[in-house]
Design a protein around this ligand. Structure first.
Ligand code: S3P
Length: 208
């Protein structure tokens, strides 16, 4: 991974992703929470904040793949091809799900893989961060390091991925619609959805 990418990931959330929030209530689930959805849906940004609120560790599956391969995702695509990246992605997520419960931000293609999806369904709680095309487009336009978006018109590619992938994402345990709202607002929605799922009051909903 390049230093720039490292710092971009590190800067996209609260100061420390593994620190628990002082005000967070200790009702974190006993399974990992796995955030799924298209590029630009906010999985890393929301994942870090959610982890902070719930006092759970955070891990970005893409960053783990980069660490394991000792190169950036762009380089993996360029040098070894998408299939090699997908194999690494599947293995890394399987390993993460064996670990202690955490918040896992996945890359946009991860939950489309049937094996990964089954693994998440069995060992985690999946949350689809669902954003509309214009929001996704606006967010992905801020960074130019996503290999799949370099091959043509970003809007058309995202439209195609929406058509191809939404049926898979729809199999997530929870769906949270996100718009052009603050990350804190989205985190509260996720906490609410998790609480509904668990049949308990929202965790950490006392603080923005
Ligand atoms: C991909 C999404 C990316 C990354 C890779 C492939 C995809 O992650 O895993 O570029 O297939 O949608 P983000 O969703 O975090 O951008």
């Amino acid at each position: 991974m390049t230093g720039q990418e490292n710092s971009e990931r590190a800067d996209s959330g609260p100061e420390s992703s593994t620190e628990s929030s002082p005000g967070s209530s200790n009702v974190a689930p006993d399974r990992s929470i796995v955030l799924v959805g298209l590029m630009g849906a906010g999985k890393t940004c929301i994942g870090k904040r959610l982890a902070h609120k719930l006092g759970m560790p955070f891990v970005d599956a893409d960053a783990e793949i980069e660490t394991a391969a000792n190169c950036s995702i762009e380089e993996i695509f360029d040098r070894f091809g998408e299939q090699a990246f997908r194999d690494g992605e599947r293995k890394v997520i399987a390993r993460l799900l064996e670990d202690t419960p955490r918040i896992v931000a996945t890359g946009g293609g991860a939950f489309v893989n049937p094996e990964t999806r089954k693994n998440v369904q069995e060992n985690g709680i999946s949350v689809w961060l669902k954003a509309d095309l214009d929001v996704l487009l606006q967010r992905v336009s801020r960074r130019g390091n996503r290999p799949l978006l370099k091959t043509g018109n970003k809007r058309q590619i995202l439209e195609r991925l929406i058509a191809e992938r939404y049926p898979s994402y729809a199999k997530a345990d929870l769906t949270v619609e996100t718009g052009d709202e603050s990350p804190d607002r989205t985190v509260l929605k996720v906490l609410g959805a998790l609480a509904d799922h668990a049949g308990s009051p929202p965790a950490g909903s006392d603080a923005e």
